[in-house]
Design a protein around this ligand. Sequence first.
Ligand code: ZN
Ligand code: ZN
Ligand code: ZN
Length: 263
Amino acid sequence: MRLTFLGTGTSCGVPTIGCQCYTCTSKDPHDKRLRCSALVETETTRILIDCGPDFRQQMMPQPFRKIDGILITHAHYDHMGGMDDIRPYCQFGEINVYADPIAREGLLQMLPYCFAEHRYPGVPAIQLHEIHKHEPLRIGDLDIMPIEVMHHDLPILGFRISPLSSDHLPQPSLAYITDMKTIDGGELDYLRDVDTLIVNALRQKPHHSHQTLSEAVDFAKVIGARQTWLIHSSHDIGRHEEVNASLPSDIQMAYDGQVIEIG
Ligand SMILES: [Zn+2]
Ligand SMILES: [Zn+2]
Ligand SMILES: [Zn+2]
């Protein structure tokens, strides 16, 4: 199983429009962060996690092949603003999109023309599936367990993803959590023994709906994954290279375009 970080930035991306700060003026490509999204792939299955407004740009360098499912963490624009741009992938058939009841409602409001009785030809062909925390689903050869995290007072989904094993042995799994501020203790059971953790770290200063860097590091230590990658960062966090040098080697900031192998 392979994960590609398509975007690792917060809602306005890095650099931020009009900003001349230390991070935004960096020449290092690791300091260019599109809105958060990731591709999870096996030999036969391809899942997209979130579909933000940078989707088109993010997919341009990727091989053009079917997307078997899109998992939506929540209905904020930076996580689903690119949904209309999935049109080219509809030539492989309807696209299965998975969202919890709140995010499903958000998709219906944002894309009413995709669900109208008489659709304009060429609009995205979406098969919308309502999913719920702790109710596992399977897409191709991947097992997915939705978990709940709190984005201030909004419950949103994170996902634990594991490849199906032919020999019934446990396979290394990943967990993808974005936009979390807090998590209920009961959810931690679903993250036990996860191999690779991906979790949000906005900046050093507190924020009402996102974890800070130190909160993310503390959370990573509680989970104890072999490797943790930090995402959804703003320009306020500083430059990639310097932040990573200040962190333990098993907890590092991810960067756009980075590919990691799990298992
Ligand atoms: Zn976000
Ligand atoms: Zn800046
Ligand atoms: Zn959000």
